[in-house]
Design a protein around this ligand. Structure first.
Ligand code: ADP
Ligand code: MG
Ligand code: MG
Length: 985
């Protein structure tokens, strides 16, 4: 390589050093030059290796080509940017000096690994190539040097296969198949059973395969190998998988990847050598103990690839006590240094330990919480830091259902086997043996358990589609286990008793065969696998002590209160147990939907308009129809009032001493009636049936049928009826025509009446139609009834010695007059109640802000409200002009995919637009009433990102579904911490 032709890099001369040690234009750093804070330049792996090197830990020497070099490579049209290659060569020379070996020197060969490493780990990045620098000459050198032929040929065959697959793009099968054939031929069970000659032959065969498949000789020049490998790392940054992953996770494309070149150390030099992976704490439970696996006489990926099933790290204590102690010390030091649980990779070469990687370890939700809490108790973290260490989404995971232990006992005979409990949680779904088909099954609406012999990054899309993952090979640090944990997916790994047959799409466990599509249940907490569907039970929040501790710290820090949306006492109780400080939204209409109430609700609705008009007339003006409608309407209302009084009393009881916001009826009335289309179909069907039985032929079909039966017998009569186009004779046979007709006619009349009523109420845009406050103004009796029920429910509970705190909320207000008028109706009713009972009542009166005009005129509206609650679902609908039901089904997901919108605005509050309406509503509302209490009750109230915004604009509380209350408590604390931090800056 010509290194003399070019001038020294001018950038190096004027390089300015930043605080973290990065220098402008510097494209390569030795491990000694880097540190942990240079993650964006060196990538996560490179920064970790540098940090360990500087901490004096045993790291094989090496260097990191920066992420900036990767970007420069792209800018140069996939060419090495000026100076880079010379710099690589110079650093290789330096490595040669450091190690006393020569790159390509047959007498004493230097071998290296080439490892990709971006700031974030991501699928699709180039796999690591080990043993680079080997060729037929240097293999001989390795033999001469070590006297270990088996080792040298093992390294050779690994290198050729790895380089062929990873750098030259051949398929894994191209090497795996001949390798398995050889093993089969010589009856070797494990790789380690092969002899030196067999390994040599297979390595040479691999080189031939490369020539056959690529048309080129296997590259033997070490620098050529290195150049190809470095380029392959850069190229993988823009490979499809990595690109898609970044798109999906919103990671910028211009971060680039670094390339690490590391002197090889060998775990495959015999039984005093080995390689392993370990976490400083148990990533499943968080328990403070080394957790990991290792393999003796093995290299690199053997542990995670599931080639052999590894030993537990604790066994290393017995096998290599000194190395184990040293490793344990290093593990503790690194954890203390990073103040976080670490995921470590190491290799032992003839009794000497080398550290090859350290990074913050992925962990399950329970582990994340336990580790955060423990580290506070150990004095490592402050409470604030601990609160920031847990992702609010992980809390959801902790509250996921588990399998019912009793059912497990009962179904013991369905146990298919047991694997490693690699990622906790219960999952039930169809066994699917292929990632693409897993995606299809999910799209068809079926729950999926992805079942694979082992997984690789190529399976990730299938894992994303699955409820759980099951593998037959691999340990607790295998790809399947690590990825499943990070996704919060239950996973059972290494269930070796399962015989998975991809070709037949089935698996066998003993005598049982499970075909693709059959249901199985896996328990990632215990490792058990069952045939069929096991029932699940709810998680017990009360038993999560560490979570309770963490959340109590969150409560000390947060400013936002957390309330819950709950319609039934049962939900209110759960919400309260989860820590809700009030009910922010009770949707009274949900009570109307209950099946036994619906007929009453319908009677009320069908007569509402006539009755309301009739009520305004004097008695003498009323027609009979008016009187009947009024009577039916009042009776229905009275019935509902009784039911709602009970409902509200139940809620007040459950929330004793805490506020309960009750929203008066909101949706368009037709939602309570059968659909127009359904009714049209019914009426048509009934009319046709009647026509036929009456006989478009002018005869009674029943009589025709009876005649036919006499003539031909039942079966032929039926056929004849069908030919005549008469209705299905079977049911008709059972009913005598005489009783049939009147029943059908009555049904038709009833359906027709309903159809007319529904037709009259039909709206083009019901979500923008007669609903919310508008409905209350058109049918004030409903408002009055609900007010009476709320206050009566409160009075009843107060009489029991409890403290009900009702807050009455009016939905969909867009103009101050709507609220003023509703308030008058409501207050008049309250006055009557007070007069009748002789007792004072306490309640608050407020409104939702969910129509954009409401937010824009919040100052006027605040005159008549004691509180606001932002209904951000409707505010988003109306602010964007999207009908949610149509949008989410039709184009919204595409919008998100195509980046027309950054997120689904119904999930994450659109801060730039809808958020401005919220901000304005808060400012204007408080300009009128300084102490106006303001909350949010849209679904955004449970979304961490949106909660941060709610904190920022100064809401008093967020209200979310009961299950999200713990999530919101943590998110609110994180928002408070983040805003103090920015303020302090
Ligand atoms: P990944 O990001 O997939 O973990 P790594 O670059 O860490 O990839 O390497 C894969 C495997 O190869 C690991 O087990 C690691 O310990 C091993 N390895 C990497 N570099 C070396 C080296 N220089 N000597 C020995 N083993 C190595
Ligand atoms: Mg690694
Ligand atoms: Mg609404």
């Amino acid at each position: 390589m010509a290194t003399t032709a070019r001038k020294p890099r001018k950038t190096a001369a004027k390089a300015s050093a930043a605080k973290d040690g990065t220098q402008d234009g510097k494209l390569i750093y030795t491990f000694a030059e880097g540190n942990a804070s240079m993650r964006s330049t060196l990538g996560g792996k490179g920064a970790g290796l540098a940090e360990m090197t500087n901490a004096g830990l045993p790291v094989p020497p090496g260097f990191t080509i920066t992420t900036q070099a990767c970007n420069a490579y792209y800018e140069a049209g996939k060419e090495m940017p000026p100076g880079l290659w010379d710099d690589v060569v110079a650093h290789m020379r330096k490595l040669e000096q450091q190690t006393g070996k020569g790159f390509g020197d047959p007498a004493n060969p230097l071998l290296v690994s080439v490892r990709s490493g971006a700031a974030f780990s991501m699928p699709g990045m180039m796999d690591t190539v080990l043993n680079l620098g080997l060729n037929p000459d240097t293999v001989q050198g390795l033999i001469g040097l070590t006297g270990n032929e088996r080792f040298a040929w093992d390294a050779w065959r690994r290198f050729v296969a790895m380089f062929g697959r990873i750098v030259l793009g051949l398929k894994a099968e191209d090497f795996d198949e001949p390798f398995e054939e050889l093993k089969h031929e010589v009856r070797a069970k494990l790789d380690t059973d092969l002899t030196a000659e067999q390994l040599r032959d297979i390595g040479n065969r691999f080189a031939e395969i490369v020539r056959e498949k690529t048309g080129d000789e296997f590259p033997t020049d070490p620098y050529r190998q290195l150049e190809l490998a470095v380029r392959a790392v850069f190229d993988s940054w823009f490979g499809k998988r990595a690109h898609d992953y970044r798109e999906f996770n919103r990671i910028p494309h211009d971060l680039g990847t670094a390339v690490n070149v590391v002197t090889m150390v060998f775990g495959n030099m015999g039984d005093d050598s080995g390689t392993g992976v370990a976490f400083t704490r148990d990533p499943n439970t968080g328990e403070r103990a080394l957790y990991g696996e290792y393999l003796t006489n093995a290299q690199g990926e053997d542990v995670v690839a599931g080639v052999r099933t590894p030993d537990k790290i604790s066994q290393m204590r017995d096998a290599m006590p000194e190395v184990y102690t040293q490793f344990e010390e290093i593990a503790q030091r690194l954890e203390g240094h990073y103040r976080d649980m670490q995921d470590l990779e190491f290799t032992i070469e003839r009794g000497t330990l080398y550290m090859l990687q350290t990074r913050s370890g992925k962990r399950t939700a329970p582990a994340a919480i336990r580790i955060a809490v423990d580290m506070v108790n150990e004095g490592v973290l402050t409470r604030e830091e601990a609160l920031q260490r847990v992702d609010p989404a992980q809390i959801v995971q902790l509250l996921l259902p588990r399998f019912d232990e009793a059912a497990k006992e009962r179904m013991g005979d369905r146990l298919l086997g047991k694997g490693l409990n690699a990622s906790p949680g219960a999952a039930v779904g169809q066994a699917i043996f292929d990632p693409d088909r897993a995606v299809e099954a999910k799209e068809a609406g079926n729950p999926v358990i992805l079942v694979r012999i082992e997984t690789s990054p190529d399976d990730v899309h299938g894992m994303l589609a699955a409820k759980g993952v099951l593998t037959a090979r691999g340990g607790a640090t295998s790809h399947a286990a690590v990825v499943a944990r990070s996704m919060g997916l239950p996973c059972v790994a290494g269930a070796e008793s399962l015989k998975i047959d991809y070709a037949r799409r089935q698996m066998r466990a003993g005598t049982v065969t499970v075909a693709e599509g059959e249901m199985i249940s896996i328990d990632g907490t215990t490792g058990e696998i069952y045939a069929g569907e096991l029932p699940t039970i709810e998680a017990r929040f009360e038993d999560e002590h560490e979570l309770a501790t963490l959340l109590s710290w969150a409560d000390d820090v947060r400013r936002l209160q957390v309330w819950a949306n709950a319609d039934y006492p049962r939900d209110a109780e759960r919400a309260r147990a989860f820590g809700a400080q009030g009910i922010g939204l009770c949707r009274t209409e949900h009570m109307f939907f209950e099946e036994d109430r619906l007929p009453t609700v319908r009677r009320m609705i069908l007569n509402a308009h006539t009755a309301t008009a009739a009520r305004a007339k004097s008695d003498s003006e009323r027609t009979d129809e008016d009187r009947e409608a009024l009577a039916t309407f009042d009776a229905a209302l009275a019935e509902l009032e009784k039911l709602q009084t009970d409902d509200f009393a139940g809620l007040f009881r459950a929330m004793d001493g805490l506020p309960v916001v009750i929203r008066l009826i909101d949706p368009p009335l037709h939602e309570f009636l059968p659909s127009y289309e359904e009714l049209v179909a019914d009426v048509t069907r009934l009319r046709t049936t009647l026509d036929l039985t009456a006989g478009s032929l002018g005869v009674d079909a029943g009589l025709v049928q009876q005649g036919l039966v006499k003539l031909f017998g039942t079966k032929d009569a039926a056929r004849a009826m069908r030919k005549l186009g008469l209705s299905d004779p079977e049911p008709a046979l059972q009913r005598s025509p005489a009783t049939d007709r009147p029943a059908l006619e009555a049904e038709l009349a009833e359906r027709e009446e309903l159809l007319h009523a529904v037709e009259a109420m039909r709206e083009q845009n019901p979500m923008l139609g007669l609903r919310g406050v508008r409905l209350g103004l058109m049918v004030p009796d409903v408002v009055k009834m609900q007010t009476r029920a709320i206050l009566a429910g409160a009075a009843r509970v107060a009489a029991e010695g409890l403290t009900p705190l009702p807050e009455i909320m009016i939905p969909l207000v867009g103009h101050v007059n709507e609220l003023r008028e509703t308030r008058q109706i409501l207050e008049a009713e309250v006055a009557r109640i007070v007069e009748a009972s002789g007792q004072q009542v306490n309640y608050k009166f407020g409104t939702m802000i969910e129509v954009p005009r409401g937010a824009l005129t919040a100052d006027e509206i605040a005159e008549h409200a004691e509180f606001f609650s932002f209904g951000t679902n409707d505010l988003t609908q109306m602010g964007f002009g999207y009908s949610r039901d149509d949008a989410e089904g039709k184009f919204l997901m595409q919008y998100v995919d195509r980046k027309i919108l950054p997120e689904n605005p119904f999930q994450v509050l659109d801060v730039g637009g809808i958020g401005q309406l919220v901000r304005m509503g808060v400012e204007k509302g408080r300009a009128t009433k300084k102490d106006l209490k303001i909350g949010i009750c849209g679904e955004h109230g449970g979304d961490p990102q949106s909660i941060a915004f709610c904190h920022e604009v100064g809401l008093n509380y967020v209200s979310c579904s009961p299950f999200r209350v713990p999530v919101a408590r943590l998110a609110a604390a994180q928002a408070a911490i983040a805003s103090t931090e920015t303020r302090d800056k």
